[in-house]
Design a protein around this ligand. Sequence first.
Ligand code: GLU
Length: 282
Amino acid sequence: MTIVTRFAPSPTGYQHLGHAYAALFAFAAAKDANGRFLVRIEDIDPTRCRPAFEQQIYADLAWLGIEWETPVRRQSDHLDAYRDALSALEARNLTFPCFCTRKDIEAEITAAGGAPHGPDGPVYPGTCRHFSTDERQSRIAAHEPHAIRLDMEAALNETKALTWHDLGIGERLAAPEKFGDVVLARKDTPTSYHLAVTLDDHLQGVTLVTRGMDLVEATDIQRLLQSLLGFDVPTYHHHPLLLGSDGKRLAKRDQSKTLKALRDEGVTPDDVKLMIAGMTNA
Ligand code: GLU
């Protein structure tokens, strides 16, 4: 079987060493196995993504000596595909429209005296799950903005115990219930991160998903979506996150030096690889 890996950045800022590590990790996993390496641009959030950041991603990757297949899949070009996958789940009554605002959800949680904390934040209290079909239809007809959520209980009733395999961690039993009724389509776009990633990894024939440890929990929900949609299950390899000298993970919002800035200072791709090696062996 040909190994297919991918690097799936969101063009919401300039990339730093953590992105270089993730990209080189995925690229090496493909090359070492004579496999294929893909880049996917995860730009479903129109408020945060910028074409200039996307262009810089390509420039950074090329500078690092990474080669990828073209055309690159850009998620914003495939909204219809996400809509279709969503419709398939809707037709099986596995979803419901959610009209809540962030404030409504907070108020409901406060009134209930709290909510369990899931990987994406407090678990949705289920406010809109019990609406009648009539109520849903009339609110949609009135153009009330709404997200689409997975009905977690209904989804779990359709699946058996699910596992996935990670080359580092080993076999893992998925526990998607900790997400509650996760959002599958946001109010402003007909998908969410989890749905888009699951569908794309399937459509692109990705066999080995490599990404940072911060997404380990996300794999449980993506595994559930794979099962509901009848997709093959890739192997996973979640790698450690690079930490700065303060012991905190590098993040776009921090002052961590961007690859662009390092390059402008005269740092070479080999220097970058040495810096990463120093940080991962620490
Ligand atoms: N787009 C995600 C990010 O930039 C990565 C998604 C993934 O690798 O599954 O964090």
